[in-house]
Every structure is written in structure tokens, then in C-alpha cells.
Design a protein around this ligand. Structure first.
Ligand SMILES: Cc1cc2nc3c(=O)[nH]c(=O)nc-3n(C[C@H](O)[C@H](O)[C@H](O)COP(=O)(O)OP(=O)(O)OC[C@H]3O[C@@H](n4cnc5c(N)ncnc54)[C@H](O)[C@@H]3O)c2cc1C
Length: 388
């Protein structure tokens, strides 16, 4: 569509960035998209796809050079997320979770920690972000996982649920409460737990509506010993790190949702132009045009908002929390509406697995729930309107 093509063509990428995006698009078209349905159906981790992404060095784009990376702009990272997720939402969230888990280490770790823990990620190792617990979802401050100091170690006891990449991650960014601090919010602390740590176990893997190729795990920590050297900041710095990190992971999940919306829009328009009923293409019925016109406008707005948020972060703007929430909210609501309309335009065929519409609708729903449900984002934006 011309309007959306214009937005894409006019985006200011450097020559180097264009080169990366072309390579990612080729990988998406030739490797990621053709395998997406197969991995989804088998609910199998897309190891080959991830390997191909690592061959392109896609983790390196968010890791600083000193620690093995080849960093590029945050705006570019968001576009990579959208391209990969358009091709396969499961692959998109596996990739993005590396960023969500490891960015706080990049931003808040010491040089010693970064030098020790980041090169494996730059080379393609997987990361995870472990916040949610059975009784602490939207209100993460209710978490119960305990960190207890013991000599040069921290002993971890507790459980997490719904952890993306939980069974495949080399490094888990793990939030818990420092046992010596009484105030429940001030006690929140964060450390990096490495795969294979004794006392750490994966206790289950969810069977999900969508994102079936991306593992979502329950984790248990039973006296797991983590070197004190893996604590980010000081005991009690966790909430500050958590809030700041979410501001960068929320645009990332929004870009992921945008990818799903792009896929649903493309499939919907293509099918509407091809399917004939009552002697006409179904795109010629005005009711369908109105549905698609509204969604095209919203898609165009969300596309431009992604670059706005990316530019805020790249420009060093410290206060972008509400812009990030707005992006997460609108992109995920759009993904769901777009996927729903895509199924509707496909008629009965949209409900069946032969078309991508069915998978897109299953994949879209969670984007309104994770990284802060959309009620929470409406609340964050709404509260900012209260005069002080
Ligand atoms: C596939 C998947 C992957 C995930 N990946 C990760 C991950 O990698 N790491 C991680 O830590 N977590 C992850 N999560 C957890 C996810 O972030 C939480 O599910 C989400 O934050 C919501 O928490 P909850 O499920 O406990 O719902 P609850 O917090 O119990 O919410 C239930 C309902 O109540 C509403 N609600 C709650 N509080 C309020 C309020 N104050 N105002 C208005 N409405 C409210 C919610 O919006 C929701 O509709 C994942 C979840 C899933 C399903």
C-alpha cells in the first residue's frame, strides 16, 4: 500500500543499517517464515532458525563492542524485531527475550560483570528475564523469591512462572528480595544466574494458545548458589533497575506486536484481492474496505510511532516511559484487531490452520498481556494526567 510504503521508504537508515536490514529481511523471507508453521505445529524450539540468526550476529547489535558486540541503534533493533516477528512471532520473542534479559546487565552491570557474562550472549547465547511469580504478576513487588547472603555467595530460594527462554537461556536475569531488607519494595534485588547452577531447575513448560515454538517455563530455585559477583548494583537496587529496564523492553515487545500486525495486514489485503464471491473480489465490498481502511491508518500511525520511540532512546531522552507505554498499548491492540480482521476476511478458511491468519490470531493475544497488561499501560498513561 502506497501510504505505508512511503513511510518505509522515507525512514532514515544509514548505508550500514540498510545492509543489516536487507540481510535480516532475506533471512526472514528465506528461512524464518518458511519454517514458522512447522515449528508452531510441533511446538518445537526453532533451533535452526536461531542458529541462522546467530550466523548473522543479531545478538551482537545490542551488545557493546568491548564485550564482543557490534552495536547499532535502538531504532534499528526495533525494526529487526518487527521483521523477524512478522515472519515468525515465536522466533521474534525468543530473540527479543535475549535483549530484555541482557540489556539491564549492559546498562547496570560493572565492567567486570559485562566482560565475564556478555561475550557468550554476543556470540548467540540466549538470555531470559525472570520476574513473574505465581502470586506476583502485574504487581511484581509481591515477589517472594529470596536472596540470602552467605559468604561470597547469594543463596536463591523461590519459584518463577511464565519465563520465556527459561529452559534454553545461558543467562537468566533474576529478580528476588534481599532477605536482610525488610521493606518489601526496597528489598527487590537482581542478579544473573547462569545455566547449570545446582539448585536451579525447570519444573514445567506451558502449553499455550500461541507462540508454541517459544518455550515458557516454570522455574524453581532451591538453595541455588550464585556468586555475589553476579549481583547487579547493590542489594535493594532491583526495583530501580526493573522499572528502567521495562522502559526498553516494552518498545521491543511493541515492535514484536507490530510485526504480527504487518503480517496480518499483508495476508488480509492479499486474500481480499484474490477471493471472489457474488462475481466480485471481496475487496470490492465497501464494508470490507472500511475495515481495512481503519486498520491501514492505525498501522501507518504505529509504524511512525516506533521510529519516534526509537529516536527518543537513541537521543538519550531520559523520560520516555509514557511514549513506550503508548507504543506497547497501541501496537498490541492493533495486532489483535488486525489478526481478528484477517481471520474474518478469510472467512471459514481463516479459522483453519492452512492459512497463516489462524496462527497470527493465536500469536497476537499475548501481546496485550505480557510486559505489563494493557490495563496497566492505560493506568500508567492515565495517572500521568493527574495534576500534582
Ligand atoms: C507466554 C508468556 C510469556 C511470558 N514471558 C515472561 C517472561 O519472560 N518473564 C516474566 O517475568 N514474565 C513473563 N510473562 C508473565 C507476564 O508478564 C504476566 O502474565 C503479566 O504481567 C500479567 O500477570 P498475571 O498473568 O499474573 O496476571 P494478573 O496480574 O493476575 O492480572 C489478571 C488481570 O487483572 C488485571 N489487573 C491486574 N492488576 C490490575 C490493576 N492494577 N488495574 C487494572 N487491572 C489489573 C490484569 O490486567 C489482567 O487482566 C509471560 C507470560 C506469558 C503468558
Amino acid at each position: 500500500m502506497k501510504m505505508i510504503e512511503q513511510i518505509r521508504q522515507r525512514r532514515p537508515w544509514s548505508e550500514e543499517e540498510r545492509l543489516v536490514l536487507d540481510q535480516v529481511q532475506r533471512l526472514a523471507d528465506e528461512v524464518i517464515a518458511p519454517n514458522a508453521a512447522r515449528y508452531d505445529e510441533a511446538a518445537e524450539f526453532p533451533a535452526d532458525t536461531i542458529q541462522a540468526m546467530n550466523a548473522l550476529g543479531l545478538n551482537a547489535i545490542f551488545v557493546p563492542e568491548e564485550w564482543g558486540g557490534a552495536p547499532m541503534s535502538y531504532r534499528l533493533y526495533l525494526e529487526v524485531m518487527a521483521i523477524v516477528s512478522e515472519a515468525c512471532a515465536s522466533t521474534g520473542i525468543i530473540y527479543g527475550t535475549n535483549f530484555h534479559g541482557m540489556k539491564p546487565l549492559i546498562d547496570f552491570g560493572t565492567d567486570e560483570q559485562r566482560a565475564r557474562l556478555l561475550p557468550a550472549i554476543a556470540e548467540g547465547g540466549l538470555g531470559a528475564l525472570a520476574i513473574t511469580e505465581p502470586d506476583a504478576g502485574s504487581d511484581a513487588t509481591g515477589m517472594k523469591t529470596r536472596f540470602t547472603r552467605d559468604g561470597d555467595d547469594i543463596v536463591v530460594d523461590g519459584a518463577k512462572v511464565f519465563i520465556s527462554n527459561g529452559d534454553v537461556a545461558e543467562r537468566l536475569l533474576l529478580f528476588g528480595k534481599w532477605s536482610e531488607i525488610e521493606d518489601p519494595r526496597r528489598a527487590i534485588s537482581v542478579l544473573v544466574l547462569e545455566k547449570g547452577t545446582p539448585g536451579f531447575a525447570v519444573t514445567g513448560t506451558e502449553r499455550k494458545m500461541g507462540h508454541r515454538a517459544a518455550p515458557t517455563c516454570s522455574l524453581a530455585f532451591d538453595g541455588a548458589r550464585v556468586p555475589r559477583a553476579n549481583l547487579l548494583g547493590e542489594p535493594g537496587d532491583g526495583l530501580r533497575i526493573l522499572l528502567s529496564s521495562l522502559n526498553k523492553s516494552r518498545p521491543s515487545v511493541a515492535a514484536h506486536a507490530l510485526g504480527i500486525a504487518r503480517a496480518a495486514f499483508a495476508d488480509m489485503v492479499a486474500y481480499a484481492n484474490e477471493r471472489r464471491q457474488s462475481g466480485r473480489r471481496i475487496v470490492e465490498f465497501q464494508g470490507n474496505q472500511f475495515t481495512m481502511a481503519d486498520l491501514a491508518c492505525e498501522l501507518a500511525m504505529v509504524e511512525t510511532w516506533m521510529d519516534h520511540v526509537g529516536a527518543l532512546v537513541d537521543g538519550g531522552e531520559p523520560d520516555f516511559e509514557h511514549a513506550a507505554s503508548a507504543f506497547k498499548l497501541r501496537a498490541s491492540d492493533l495486532a489483535m484487531r488486525m489478526a481478528d480482521a484477517c481471520v474474518q476476511i478469510h472467512g471459514g478458511y481463516g479459522y483453519c490452520a492452512g492459512h497463516r491468519a489462524e496462527r497470527l490470531m493465536r500469536d497476537a493475544k499475548i501481546t496485550q498481556i505480557w510486559e505489563g497488561t494493557n490495563q496497566i499501560h492505560r493506568q500508567l498513561i492515565g495517572r500521568s494526567l493527574i495534576a500534582k
